[in-house]
Design a protein. Structure first.
Length: 168
């Protein structure tokens, strides 16, 4: 659903920017529950308030539950068939490609400078080679972003006001 959100909300409807979509995905990942549902609630709330958030949550959850129940009812009798098992192999590959495509689109807007690339590489390495929980990684990356932003502001204010310390 995340690639579909990206396509519909950013590219087609223009309700969100790529940066906003990335931010909502990040927050949605940290909260308990399904990322797609969390993101839908944020978007619904942004556009129509609390009722929009509720409608968006229902709009994401109800169709999925109905479809899963229908598939589960039929699948249990046919899951042992090799053709069905092979179909799921293909479906997993397709879903992986869609997720990678969405990730690449998000990365294009997230990796805007060297500090962002360093944070990305550090978080990627930590997620691949440690057992750190995703919430810790997101919190650490957020803190790094805050620190880097404040350092940039300090550096830019020093450049805009040269000799300010000498005047005091």
């Amino acid at each position: 659903m995340l690639p579909m959100f990206q396509r519909e909300l950013v590219e087609k409807k223009g309700w969100l920017t790529d940066t906003e979509m990335t931010d909502l995905f990040s927050i949605g990942q940290c909260l308990p529950g399904i990322i797609a549902a969390n993101t839908a609630v944020f978007v619904g709330h942004k556009h129509k308030g609390a009722l929009g958030g509720i409608a968006a949550a229902l709009g994401v959850a109800v169709p999925s539950v109905i479809i899963i129940m229908i598939i589960a009812a039929f699948l249990t009798g046919y899951a042992h068939i090799p053709a069905v098992q092979s179909a799921f192999v293909g479906l997993r590959i397709c879903v992986s490609v869609l997720i990678i495509n969405a990730a690449i689109k998000l990365l294009k807007h997230a990796l805007v400078d060297l500090p962002a690339i360093i944070i990305f590489l550090a978080v990627f390495a930590l997620s691949m080679f440690t057992g750190l929980h995703v919430a810790i990684l997101v919190a650490a990356a957020g803190i790094c972003g805050i620190v880097l932003s404040s350092l940039r502001k300090d550096t830019s204010s020093d450049k805009n006001n040269p000799g300010e310390d000498n005047q005091k």
